[in-house]
Design a protein around this ligand. Structure first.
Ligand SMILES: [Zn+2]
Ligand SMILES: [Zn+2]
Length: 600
């Protein structure tokens, strides 16, 4: 035992403290409490002599005997544990009076007790939990650099610490200083990059989901929603989150627990007028948001970000003109956001988000930033899509469908059509048409549709689907001449009878890029292709290519109909003729006509 921890030091204390300390050393809970209360007002020289009185209550040799008492309802055990808890508290408060070697010794003793207290908690859960005490103790003892190193290398310490972290974040009375200390420990000592350590964090938080919830809660607590008066602690909370969430399995849980909302709100608050956010933190938090919003099918978190002030946040960030920030923001404006603008759910949050950010784009700093052009390009695309969405919401476009029975094809509004109850993706004007189409092939196709809807597209709502259809109809109308020219070009290159060109609208870079390619190149075209061929030119197959998040893309099939096959006949005729083809489309009594200019 280190000399400073030996009991005989107590004799050097003046009376009556000496008597009190002796009684405390002998396991009187009352006197331990009194001694604790004396700490703030005692002279510096005396405090060093308090150490042995507390330390005497932490004899690790007592533990095996106490462990045996765990199964019985022993009063002696409770008293002994209360003494140990008070002793730990005293030593933690007196940390600055421990010399380095004594501190290491105290840590190894306290760690044995912490493990025993954990064991007690598991065997007989009690009201008075010691988790906050445990973290303050760990944080206090790590002020000694040598002990800090020992703590860092103690297996299991992170799991125990994380339990305390959960308790601290859940407790509204946790002092801000403790929250800051927690952040520092997480950032500096947790070393979440080591898989064993992150495993401990997950274990301590009660699973991946628990850890994700913990990180999000911590950030939310750190970021006041109403004012911008913050300190660097908030930045540390973000950094802590970022360090930990690099671990793959956490990503989905974090998103489910609202990490995008938490970090977007933080970004906004921290980049606000006070500019509290450190320059280094911004790319990290933007990176955190990007990791999540860009990754998940259908971009649900883009909407969450937009609703939480993401656009305002990035505009404020961009005004700082740092190369690192620019890099992260470019990807946001050039890829992630434009790709998500095919989803009705995303667009429905976009107007408010743009209006919220717009005032901050009028500053001199933002105008001079390299992101200014990117922002304007993005807003132009956003306005176009919003116009389409507003038409769609007013019922002006995309509310009609054709009866899926090929021989019929009657155009009706959505709500008057019958829908196949099994696959929910075929529509009919009457029961007669439904029955006829069932025999004509839907019997077989229905199962395929059902499987596809259930397995692959769960993230898209019916509204998202119908909007996508309306969008491609809208863009088709705008680009009809181009489509027809490309179709003719395709037929020319593929003169075989019955060749079918599939028109692809590729939305993966923002505005659609239109191409006509062979049906075989599109996924799952067989049944739809067969229907298009059977229709004699009245049904065309269009594929809408959208990005789904990450590296994933999906092709949605949109069949287009005309009331007869004459357009296709004309296209085929042009394809068969010679010379270059340009086309102009004229709507004539509801029948599509094709004016063709042949040039040599
Ligand atoms: Zn019909
Ligand atoms: Zn069906």
């Amino acid at each position: 035992m280190h000399a400073s921890l030996r009991l005989n030091n107590i004799s050097r204390l003046p009376e009556p403290t000496q008597t009190l300390a002796t009684s405390a050393a002998n396991g009187s809970t009352d006197d331990l409490k009194k001694l604790l209360n004396l700490i703030p007002d005692s002279p510096h020289a005396d405090l060093r002599l308090f150490l042995p009185a507390f330390y005497a209550n932490l004899d690790v040799d007592d533990i095996p005997d106490l462990r045996r008492q765990l199964n019985t309802d022993s009063g002696e055990l409770s008293t002994h544990i209360s003494c140990a808890v008070l002793a730990v508290k005293g030593l933690a408060e007196l940390q600055e009076h421990l010399v380095s070697r004594a501190c290491s010794e105290v840590w190894s003793t306290i760690w044995t007790w912490i493990q025993f207290l954990e064991e007690c908690e598991q065997r007989r859960p009690s009201e008075s939990r010691n988790q906050q005490l445990i973290i303050t103790t760990i944080l206090s003892l790590r002020r000694d650099p040598e002990t800090a190193l020992t703590i860092k290398n103690t297996p299991g310490v992170r799991a125990v610490f994380t339990k305390g972290w959960v308790a601290a974040v859940d407790d509204p009375n946790t002092p801000r200083e403790l929250m800051i200390e927690l952040c520092k420990f997480v950032v500096e000592d947790m070393n979440a990059q080591d898989p064993r350590n992150s495993q401990e964090l997950i274990e301590g938080a009660g699973g991946v989901d628990g850890l994700a919830a913990l990180i999000v809660k911590h950030i939310r607590r750190a970021i006041p929603q109403t004012d911008y008066t913050l300190d660097p602690h908030d930045g540390l909370a973000l950094l802590a989150a970022y360090e930990i969430l690099q671990k793959g399995p956490l990503a989905h849980s974090l998103a489910n627990h609202g990490i995008v909302k938490a970090v977007s709100t933080a970004l906004c608050a921290l980049c606000g007028p006070e500019m509290v956010m450190t320059e280094q933190m911004i790319p990290l938090s933007v990176g955190t948001i990007m990791t999540h919003i860009a990754e998940f099918p259908g971009y649900p978190w883009v909407q969450e970000g937009l609703d939480s002030g993401l656009l305002r946040g990035v505009v404020l960030c961009a005004s700082r003109r740092m190369p690192l920030i620019d890099l992260a923001l470019y990807a946001l404006f050039r890829e992630t956001l434009p790709r998500a603008l095919v989803y009705h759910s995303t667009l429905s949050s976009l107007r408010a988000a743009i209006d919220d950010a717009q005032p901050f784009t009028n500053t001199e700093a933002f105008r001079r930033s390299t992101l200014f052009d990117e922002w304007n390009t993005f807003v132009a695309l956003a306005e176009e899509r919003l116009a389409v969405m507003e038409k769609f919401d007013r019922g002006e476009i995309g509310q009609t469908r054709a009866c899926d029975h090929l021989e019929c094809g009657a155009i009706r509004t959505d709500d008057t059509l019958l829908r196949c109850g099994a696959c929910r993706s075929a529509f009919y004007c009457s029961q007669a048409c439904q029955a006829a189409d069932w025999s004509a092939g839907h019997r077989k196709a229905c199962r395929t549709y059902l499987k596809r809807e259930n397995e692959e597209c769960t993230h898209l709502s019916f509204r998202d689907h119908t909007f996508l259809r309306a969008l491609v109809h809208h863009d088709y109308d705008a680009a009809r001449a181009e489509v027809l020219v490309r179709q003719a070009g395709f037929l020319r290159a593929h003169p075989a009878p019955g060749a079918l060109g599939v028109v692809a609208f590729d939305y993966r870079r923002g505005r659609p890029q239109i191409e006509v390619g062979p049906a075989a190149a599109a996924a799952d075209p067989a049944e739809r292709g067969a229907r298009a061929v059977r229709s004699g030119g009245r049904v065309e197959i269009h594929v809408v290519l959208v990005s789904e998040g990450g590296q994933r893309s999906r092709g949605h099939f949109v069949p287009f109909r005309s009331s007869d096959g004459r357009v296709q006949e004309r296209v085929a005729a042009i394809a068969a003729s010679e010379g270059m083809v340009t086309a102009e489309v004229v709507e004539n009594d509801g029948v599509l006509a094709l004016e063709v200019a042949r040039t040599h």
